[in-house]
Design a protein around this ligand. Structure first.
Ligand code: ADQ
Length: 763
């Protein structure tokens, strides 16, 4: 009897195995093809500048050297350079004669030089992909680059994939046959009945009298059922679809039961200053943290606890030191905390910015640790933690603690609100353990941060460094699989959440059209219509590599004289932390460097470097970003760098080139930028030259890819993922509480239940 079931089953599985092999092979081959085409285009784009330069100089030896460099890639078999009419110019020694310039010309490649042509050949059973890519110089085709990829690895992978698929289906067939036979032999009717009985307990459908055991698990089962439903909606949180303010607000109301958030950050999003005219002005501080969090707060509502630093801040708050913002919209509140001069000096300038800031950035600036600063840091963290506890509603609020100014606050808040969900985000890099151990209070800092439920960093590398530090300095258990630390019975998850900007960006949407921005900015800088403009936008901070950036501009003008008289670099530099000597010295060095470069190269009205030392309001920053031919972000070390992403947001015309330091968190995501080592002035100046000569089509291609990425991975997604993780933790905690109640004696009615209100425990 069994063969009547088994034979058709095996037939179906064999057909499925054949279909799957066919589908997998077809899909992987088309992936490989696309991959090779993309690699070819990137290789050609990378070599374009060098090839065009040596071609102009007629230096065949150097051309051959560039081709050899291209062919050093494992998968590239050979390369050649031909004239536009496919006459040979240079080639690598391993180039098979059937792909030489004239051989390709005979195959008709010469008829379609603009489009390039991809050929697939199978000599001796191997697989080869040859592509012809035009090399442009000033929009004119000067040569054709032939790149030959060896694709025999594709055939090998396809064979391995075939073997694996057939093997897997054979195992499935065997297991299915055994299962069929077993099922026939044993009936599992009683099993299903039992499961159904247990699952329906909580709904009141009971077969027979309920036992003590059933009563005990009743609440747990109803929670399990509720959790299944909620988990299904969680999948919606992390599933596809654009992240918008509305969707973020939805996470808050649906997954966090409408809880509002309390943000703790040193910098406030709106500063009230009394201007020289006597009137109160509102300023948006130049800060990456504020740029990212302000749109999140608009979407979520709640309270932002911050240091009241503006000269008119006290004049506009209510009796509880609160003011509603944004002006005119009033969707959330800022709660201002006042600091004395000595508190600000010790906590902000001292321990935070002379200690932790240089400690966490690999820029060879020595951190300074003073015991007096540390005392102020502790006491100011305590004051802010108290302010947070005054602002929360209920015993289990969601608190977002921001950055290195508040490493101790999570533990302090946890002591007073044991059931709070505390998400801390560290906006700067986290150094390796050895370096972190330089801080005399490294254990206290780690312990303070581990008061958090979730600890967020920009990259996995920063998470790994943090876990390494905990491993080395604390008696804590590290769960490597879950990236979690358990200390004193409490767990903190450690997760990468790469920060971003709002998208669509309000500032870009309200900015004037690109041609008008270009006209206005060129007029301000006194540039002619044919000028080329590079832009940098930063706080005046030694981590941002502003000096190296200007040196790269100088090297560009030395190496490529054709840009003299034509290229100007405008640096928007917001004064920052000016009470710290290192920052004042940097400011002077930048001025001296700009004068030296201008002294060397300036001709008539043209100056190569313009430093606009001022805080610019967001519309002004966006006008410059929209007017530029390139934006150079040259940070020596940067957690993320949001200016790079703002440049992309500003360029809805898909023009302009981003030159980006490899030492920014952003470089992990924005791989279509021209990535450089800012310390290497040869590489950086060559990238600037490549950017200035890049054809519009290539600019658009790179821009489109990066804009699509930032559009998807925007700041709402950043916050949404953290809040969704927080929501999951809260559900798990509630369930654990239920479980312990269910496990306790039935008479133990006095135990508190999760979610029941309890006053904020005051210290
Ligand atoms: P920051 O070090 O402040 O941020 P960044 O991410 O580049 O650096 O953001 C700077 C912000 O200030 C941007 O929004 C920019 O437009 C603005 N800005 C810069 N110069 C300005 C000027 N002259 N006038 C006006 N505005 C100006 C920290 C970390 C980063 C991380 C962010 C967010 O150091 O690595 O990306 O937090 O997490």
């Amino acid at each position: 009897m069994a063969y009547r079931i088994l034979l058709p089953l095996l037939g179906i599985l064999a057909a499925l195995a054949w279909g799957a092999t066919w589908f997998v092979n077809g899909t992987t081959r088309s992936w490989f093809e696309r991959d090779v085409q993309l690699r070819t285009r990137l290789v050609a784009a990378g070599a374009r500048e060098a090839l065009a330069t040596y071609f102009r100089a007629g230096d065949r030896q150097k051309l051959a050297a560039v081709l050899d460099e291209i062919a050093r890639d494992d998968r590239i078999m050979a390369a050649a350079l031909c004239t536009p009419s496919m006459k040979p110019l240079a080639r690598t020694s391993a180039l098979p004669s059937r792909y030489a310039c004239d051989a390709l010309a005979k195959r008709g490649v010469v008829d379609a030089p603009k489009a390039g042509l991809d050929l697939f050949e199978e000599p001796d059973g191997g697989l080869v992909h040859a592509a012809v890519v035009p090399i442009l110089d000033d929009d004119r085709i000067v040569a054709q680059l032939v790149v030959v990829h060896d694709l025999s690895f594709v055939a090998r992978r396809e064979a391995a994939m075939r073997r694996f698929t057939v093997g897997a289906f054979a195992v499935v067939a065997l297991l299915a046959s055994i299962a069929t036979l077993l099922v026939r032999r044993f009936t599992w009717h009683r099993w299903t009945e039992e499961i159904l009985r247990v699952l329906t307990l909580g709904r009141g459908v009971v077969w027979g009298p309920r036992t003590r055991q059933e009563k005990r698990f009743g609440p747990l089962l109803s929670d399990l059922r509720a959790m299944m439903t909620e988990l299904a909606s969680d999948q919606g949180v992390s599933a596809g679809g654009k992240w918008t303010p509305e969707r973020l607000h939805g996470v808050l109301t649906d997954s966090l039961d409408g809880d509002r958030v309390v943000i703790l950050a040193n910098r406030e999003p709106y500063v009230h200053d009394r201007g020289p005219d006597g009137a109160v002005h509102v300023q948006h501080p130049a800060s990456g943290l504020v740029t990212a969090l302000e749109p999140v707060m608009r979407a979520c509502s709640g309270v932002w606890v911050a240091h009241g630093s503006g000269s008119a801040d006290r004049e506009v708050v209510d009796r509880r030191d609160r003011v509603l913002v944004p002006p005119g919209e009033e969707s959330y509140a800022i709660r201002r905390v006042w600091l004395s001069e000595s508190e600000e000096r010790g906590y902000y300038y001292g321990f935070s910015n002379e200690g932790l800031w240089p400690l966490c950035h690999l820029v060879y600036t020595r951190p300074v640790f003073r015991v007096e600063d540390w005392r102020q840091y502790q006491s100011v963290n305590r004051r802010f933690a108290d302010a947070v506890c005054e602002e929360v509603e209920g015993p289990d609020p969601v608190v977002l603690v921001q950055d290195y100014h508040f490493a101790l606050a999570p533990r302090m808040i946890r002591e007073r609100l044991p059931r709070a969900t505390i998400i801390s985000f560290w906006h700067i890099p986290w150094p390796n353990a050895e370096r972190f151990g330089v801080c005399p209070w490294h254990r206290e800092v780690l312990d303070g941060m581990l008061g958090s439920s979730i600890l967020g960093f920009h990259t996995q590398q920063h998470c790994n460094n943090f876990l390494e530090a905990v491993d080395r300095f604390l008696e804590a258990r590290i769960d490597r699989e879950r990236n979690a630390v358990v200390l004193g019975g409490r767990e903190s998850l450690v997760r990468p959440y790469p920060i971003s900007i709002e998208w669509p960006d309000r500032r870009a949407a309200t900015a004037p059209p690109v041609p008008r921005c270009r006209r206005e900015v060129f007029a301000e800088l006194g540039l002619g219509p044919d000028a080329l403009l590079g832009v940098g936008v930063d706080r005046l901070d030694y981590t941002k590599g502003i000096e190296d950036r200007l040196l790269a501009v100088e090297r560009l003008l030395e190496r490529f004289p054709r840009f003299r008289g034509r290229f100007t670099f405008a640096q928007l530099a917001a004064p920052s932390r000016t009470l710290i000597p290192e920052y004042r010295a940097l400011s002077e060095r930048v001025d001296a460097l700009a004068s030296r470069i201008n002294g060397r190269f300036a001709e008539g009205a043209w100056k190569p470097v313009v430093v606009l030392r001022a805080h610019h309001e967001p519309p002004a920053v966006f006008r410059y970003l929209r007017a530029a031919d390139l934006c150079y972000v040259s940070s020596l070390h940067d957690g993320m760098n949001l200016v790079a992403k703002e440049f992309l947001a500003a360029r809805d015309d898909e023009r302009g080139v981003l030159v980006l330091s490899r030492f920014t968190g952003a470089s992990r995501e924005l791989t279509e930028a021209l990535l450089v080592n800012p310390y290497d002035l040869e590489e950086a100046s060559a990238a600037l030259a490549t950017a200035l000569a890049m054809p519009p089509a290539e600019q658009a291609e790179r821009m489109r890819a990066m804009r699509a990425h930032v559009g998807e991975f925007n700041v709402y997604r950043w916050a949404g993922r953290m809040l969704a993780d927080a929501a999951r933790l809260r559900k798990r905690d509630r369930l654990t509480n239920r479980l312990s109640i269910a496990g306790a004696s039935e008479d133990d009615e006095a135990l508190p239940r999760a979610g029941s209100p309890s006053p904020c425990a005051r210290r």
